[in-house]
Design a protein around this ligand. Sequence first.
Ligand code: LLP
Length: 445
Amino acid sequence: MTTTLAQPPVFAADDDLSVWPGSTTRLPHEGLAVGGVDLAEIAGRFGTPAYVLDRGEVRERCRAYRAAFPDADILYAAKAFLSRAMVRWIASEGLGLDVCSAGELELAVTAGFPASRIVMHGNAKSPHDLETALRLGVGRIVIDSPSEIAQLAAAVGHRGSQGVMVRVVPGVSAGGHSKIRTGTEDQKFGLSLTDGQAHHAISRVLGQPQLRLTGLHCHIGSQLTDVRPYLVAVRRMVGLMARVRDTQGVVLPELDMGGGHGIAYRPGESTLDIIALSRRLRAELAEACAAARLPVPRLIIEPGRAVVGPAGVALYRVLSVKRTGERTFVAVDGGMSDNPRPALYGVRYAPRLIGRHSTAGTRTATVVGRHCEAGDILAADVGLPGDIRPGDLLAVPVAGAYQLSMASGYNLVGRPPVVAVDDGRARLLVRRETLDDYRARDVGL
Ligand code: LLP
């Protein structure tokens, strides 16, 4: 029999820790420690479900980006996960920040992040978003629609000056799922390069003296594992920059290529190689600029998932095990309210039993949540020990991005806490949401 590397295994081999944080170590009785802390101990101390964030892994990932892109500005995309500690970590590693609401912005600035190193996005920014951005002095606002130009110019006022970029749709379709592809015209973000809308918006922005156009932006999609779509996009963006120079006489100093760098959720899946991305993207940029006789603009990138995703681990307690027909359902104490990603994008995770040695063989099971909905599936058809039972602990790696930040209040279960681990210590970053939190908001009795 031959094995093809391109085919990821249906389920993770039990001992494969390749998608776990680099600090993960094995303990007796199938235990695992992350950041030097026993995960079972965290579950006992903080309860379940709980999210564990390896501070060292975040740090290493920020440093890997800085090393791979020494001349670029790296903005962490806050939508992947944001907390005040995370804001501090990102600042201390020398990264900037990409936010897309007044909420993300206020949280970051009030945690001490310099507003000048923040870029604000959003396909539909509210007056409150814009007012907050201007009040706090955000570095750049990315214009995403024609109506935003006059609205922003008016808000800035005649004597003001605001750095802006224009979000361009370069006509490159890429990304891990149709819901996260943003590089073509059939979705809501940006202004089209092909139908001339982007160029038109750029001319209008240049006609507003209080808006300082620093450059162009694009974000073609998320969870990309191939470098090539970025290369096509960068060529088209440089083409547009050359056109702006030719028609408006303006050379734009910045080019923001967005984020979207893909990661593996299960062993064997591919990831985007950021060293290859850097090498090939910068080469393509230099070549395209030389051909267009443009100076090379300062490159900006906005990774979110690849900074924080692999640093997170979700911990759940098994509540029930049910065998129906061919299937075994393993129900845990969290679910789609803390991780909507399998339901939204069909993402497949690799949960693992921790803290108990099992001699039973591996059986196929479906890990489901506790919510009142049949689609509340966390991991379909995964390999788990055949004697899995209530009280067992399951840990799910690669849980740091777009899980808690997309968590909901469904069934009033309460969003889980976030516990940071580093150097053998565990520290609560965000506490569990309680019924008192819900009661406090529910003011209409
Ligand atoms: N920049 C912009 C303008 C973006 O819209 C995004 C993500 C990023 C940067 C960061 O992309 P990343 O490097 O994290 O892929 N909820 C989905 C992902 C949505 C991404 C939205 N925009 C998921 O769970 O997969």
